[in-house]
Design a binder for this molecule. Sequence first.
Ligand code: CUO
Length: 686
Amino acid sequence: MADKKNLLLLLDRPSEPIFMEKGTDRSTIFDVPDKFLTDRYRPIGSEVQSRFGEKAEQRIPVKDISIPDLKIPMSLGRREQFSLFIPRHRRIAGRLIDIFLGLRSIEDLQSVAVYARDRVNAFLFNYALSVALLHRPDTKGLNLPSFVETFPSKFVDSKVFTDLREEATVVPDGSRMPIVIPKDYTASDLDEEHRLWYFREDMGVNLHHWHWHLVYPFEASDRAIVAKDRRGELFYYMHQQIVARYNMERFSNNMSRVRRLNNLRDPIPEGYFPKMDSLVASRAWPPRFANAAMQDLDRELDQIKLDVGDLERWRDRFYEAIHQGFVVDESGNRIPLDETTGIDTLGNMMESSILSPNRQLYGDLHNMGHVFLSYIHDPDHRYLESFGVIGDSATAMRDPVFYKWHAFVDDVFQEHKEALPPYNQNQLNYPDITITGVQVDNDSGSGTNSLQTYWQQSDIDFSRGLDFVPRGNVFARVTHLQHDAFTYTMNIDNAGGAQRFGTVRIFLGPKTDERGQPMLLRDQRLLMVELDKFVVSLQPGQNTIRRRSTESSVTIPFERTFRNLDANRPAAGSPDELEFNFCGCGWPQHMLIPKGLQQGLRCELFVMVSNFEDDRIDQDLVGSCSDASSFCGVRDRMYPDRRPMGYPFDRLPPTGADRLAGLLTQNMRVIDVNIVHNDRTTVRMS
Ligand code: CUO
């Protein structure tokens, strides 16, 4: 019987042929039928197989089966760039996913994947196999290797790879030193936007985004893979929160909120030069020059012929639907944009996924926005250039225009949210439950209600992604934001005579606007960043609830973002291994709170306890990778909170609540919190 874990080895070192050693902990080779080898190696099959097989500690037999037709997956060149935003690439990926999902056994999947691996595009192969492994019943529970380990060149300065190769080739494994990746290398201080390098270029932030789109594909012939519970709403909410977080970082750098890209023909003042190469595609990522504007696209290779006018028409149809309160499906039926499902429908239309009620009418606005922006430097392919970083979900968040585009996308969603009635007292209050006190304390003991941020260096093993260099670990040392872990303490009074359950919802927002003026709640609500959400049981009388910042429902732990799957893995089959179910989707813990200012960024921390009876979803959550559920949902389960995502800030405030203080009922509390940035760098001890 084939072992499903061996499938993960097919993701290692994507450019190296299948018969070369795989695995980092022990040397493994696949025993490949000669006819599976590519034309280059078939004539010398026994020679290469024995040369690489000699040192192998483990040999994996590969069964010779008849291979399904791979013509469509192979129609994308081996070394071309691959993007899910491009419909042609999406169709090609859909075909390969179908093939992988349709195979009857792990053994057959292994054979076809081994055969396909050296023939189809490396990014496409990784994506399609990853989606298949996440969704096949017989491979669920496998932990995919971190994408940064497999494709490191999508995440860091291209310069470091020469150093990494030298270290790996010259210095024996065990004595190698980490290669330091320069702290901010993509621009100088002349570019104001460059102040946000640590957010846009953060590895964990980009990994989260790539993973989110892997978990929530928008196209597949098996509808169930796309039709996950409230996936359109989650598309809206997760990206809304990214924009809110980005704006908090802008406030942490004395910058104003990001300006949405609402006039699609305007030149875009902010440029971006990624300074990255694609190792697999052997090409540099193209820059996006300042003041470039979107132009009509005519790229035969990608089979894209679309005008900026098409985007504008789709946009106008969104506004029309929102203002009329319904969308029209393909048969002409009206689907109301109501309080419960309206945002989910709009999310699916916007992205757009195959769940869109009418792709003909409402088009493909969000994805095509990415495509137009990614081809801004070569709209008609005259220079034979591929797309820029905004065209790939693993790199898109590096470019400032990502946030301008998503601020626009969010604005469309907010048009709908603003049309809904504000929450009334019944929907906000939890009778008998009163929050009498809230405070936060740092682990370091450095004061109450004052959060501390600083820089930290951490090492990541890049060896899985370095093709054609000697085996063994090679570490890159990256600098990222970090903060002191902290604890929330909440005093909650239950005046009812019996035990009650509540959902604690914690948000952080700025206290003042860019000019230091108090904010109106209608603006502030869009900047409220979700920090945590969890269920508590409340005994009659006073309850003291303590919650660690590291337990956040938004984040995944540091080790999971930068994980090395081979280190610290619990014994196979042990109960611990079930808990070791890395999902990879989740905001990185080290980016939980914004950077703040050296003199302190004044913020408001909002805590609410809502009635669990109105929130609850009855389902079991065992072993389902649920610890970043606010942003990622729960695998194979319903979204674990019945309220609209972003509640209670997803709608306009009720009349009379011009400021946050006016919203508060006794089950809510706001305290002032200061975020202080210390400009020092620590090294992470592992
Ligand atoms: Cu996540 Cu625009 O959707 O990137």
